[in-house]
Design a protein around this ligand. Structure first.
Ligand code: NAD
Length: 496
């Protein structure tokens, strides 16, 4: 067992009870209320952070509004926005270990994995978005304007920053999800108020320090910590917000979408998933089993596009399930600071309880627990679990569990696999494991999901748009698609 030593800077950050950034000020909540954060590996209190009031959120939005409408930021050139984003990414690189340790203590995930995955992916993404800052283009159009036949015109289309962005994120990849929103917002010239998840605001607060250090003008990035019901709702309802971007559950996303439609606030929703992993008979079964295990167990299964439904062609079903169960049984669970650990705790006692309820539901309905099916503490641990003998219509197959629980079902042929893969309210991701090129290409267009991976799962790249079909959301993050979501088009017609 090798326990990573906490950096003095990590301990100091937590001990000083971090505050929120509104405009230029690091502040407590207006009424002085705080909320406790817990270390999911032990259940112990880590520190407290401000519990923002509606007033706090309104002040943060006003700061972002003023920074967008009338500050040096509103006049920055693309090259300056590019350089600032690079500077921010460089500062994150400098503090990568600190950011990873904060993520580990606050979320429970492995510090070592967080450093090479969460933090590095966030840095790479910001650098990718820095590149877009200098490549945002409109176009010029030759127009006819039939009602004014004797006139001449010059016409062009401008792509302009959408304005003040209200960003609300989930707790499973706190820093990365925040950067998926911050990157395109800062590349296009927007300003941001970020409401991190109730449970995991620490890396967002550290990020805000780095934004200041990078030299962004006051008010360009604001962070309010607090609950969804108060701070999140206040951000959603604030009329000075031009665009809402939300990552979280489908239930809350639907509510935010309705509120946004009421005021015609632009909105992007990145929501839940129940992604299928499809193993065809011709697949390399060893890598398919390893890939399917990692697709569900990475980050304790708390991944929106986790491969939580496994479909294996019938003749190999028992072998693939046995191999995955073998991998699961060999996994060591423990604190994310222990570098020998394969899986950490779930985010909270509430999430542990939720995942446990699904496992119990499976048992009660006669499903077979092929491995796992145990929970333990202190901390919020659930063993990696594989469940078989379960019907496609069962809640275990249809609902998002958001934990290390895989349900596995055999299929007979390609049509059967596609039917079951698409039989879900969600459509975020899907993987096909096969070396039959023709079958793979037949299947890709027929799968109803925002991403399809072949012989891999949850492989993301800053250049590839990410988002969902169906109940998995509206809009896309990453790639040029994200730039489109943070800009408005303005058509200009000049009579000469
Ligand atoms: P959640 O919807 O409960 O909370 C997400 C965020 O919304 C939090 O910051 C929370 O404080 C806030 N919130 C809650 N109620 C609110 C309200 N009434 N108004 C405004 N804000 C409110 O989700 P969660 O449990 O934190 O996260 C897990 C979910 O996130 C899963 O469904 C997962 O699939 C999804 N997710 C999706 C993606 C994606 O890219 N599609 C990525 C990560 C997580």
């Amino acid at each position: 067992m090798a326990i990573a030593t906490l950096l003095p800077a990590t301990t100091a950050f937590i001990q000083r009870a971090p505050r929120m950034l509104i405009g230029a000020e690091w502040v407590e909540a207006a009424d002085g209320q705080t909320m406790p954060l817990r270390n999911p590996a032990t259940g112990e209190q880590l520190c407290v952070v401000p519990r923002a009031t509606v007033d706090d959120v309104d002040r943060a939005v006003l700061a972002a509004r003023q920074a967008f409408d009338d500050s040096p930021w509103s006049r920055t050139r693309p090259r300056e926005r590019q350089n600032l984003l690079w500077k921010l990414a460089d500062l994150m690189q400098r503090d990568a270990e600190l950011l990873a340790q904060l993520e580990c203590l606050n979320n429970g995930k492995s510090a070592a994995v967080a450093q090479v995955m969460d933090v590095q992916l966030a840095i790479d993404f910001l650098r990718y978005m820095a590149g877009w800052a200098t490549k945002i283009e409109g176009s010029s159009v030759e127009v006819s304007v039939p009602l004014m036949p004797d006139q001449q015109f010059h016409s062009f289309i401008r792509r302009e920053a959408v304005g003040v962005v209200g960003a609300i994120v989930a707790w499973n990849f706190p820093l990365l999800l925040a950067c998926w929103k911050l990157g395109p917002a800062l590349a296009t010239g927007c300003t941001v108020v970020l409401k991190p998840a109730d449970e995991t605001p620490l890396t967002a607060l550290k990020l805000a320090e780095l934004v200041q250090e990078a030299g962004y003008p006051d008010g360009v990035f604001n962070v309010v910590t607090g609950t969804g019901i108060t701070a999140g709702a206040a951000l959603t309802h604030n009329p000075l917000v031009d665009k809402l971007t939300f990552t979280g559950s489908t239930a809350v996303g639907k509510e935010i979408g309705k509120i946004a439609m009421d005021s015609m606030t632009r909105v992007t929703l990145e929501l839940g998933g129940k992604s299928p992993t499809i193993v065809m008979a011709d697949a390399d079964l060893g890598s398919a089993a390893a890939g399917a295990a990692s697709a569900i167990f990475f980050n304790q299964g708390q991944v929106c596009c986790a491969g939580s439904r496994l479909y294996v062609q019938r003749k190999h079903f028992d072998k693939v399930v046995a191999d995955i169960a073998g991998i699961a049984n060999a996994m060591k669970l423990g604190s994310g600071l222990d570098t020998s650990v394969d899986m950490g705790p779930l985010i909270s006692a509430r999430q542990q309880e939720r995942v446990w309820r699904y496992i119990e539901m499976g048992r009660e309905s006669g499903a077979t627990i092929a491995c796992g099916g145990e929970q333990f503490g202190p901390g919020y641990f659930v063993k990696p679990t594989v469940i078989v003998d379960v019907d496609q219509q069962h809640s275990l197959v249809q609902e998002e569990i958001f934990g290390p629980v895989l349900v596995a079902i055999p299929f007979d042929d390609e049509a059967d696999a596609l039917r079951m893969a698409n039989d879900s309210p969600y459509g975020l991701g899907a993987s096909i494991w096969s070396n039959d090129l023709a079958a793979v290409h037949r299947m890709i267009p027929r799968i109803k999901s925002g991403s399809v991976w072949v012989n891999c799962h949850s492989a993301l790249d800053p250049a590839l748009p990410f988002g969902g079909y169906k109940m998995s959301g509206v809009g896309r993050e990453m790639g040029y698609a994200a730039i489109e979501h943070y800009t408005e088009l303005k058509s200009v017609l000049i009579k000469l």
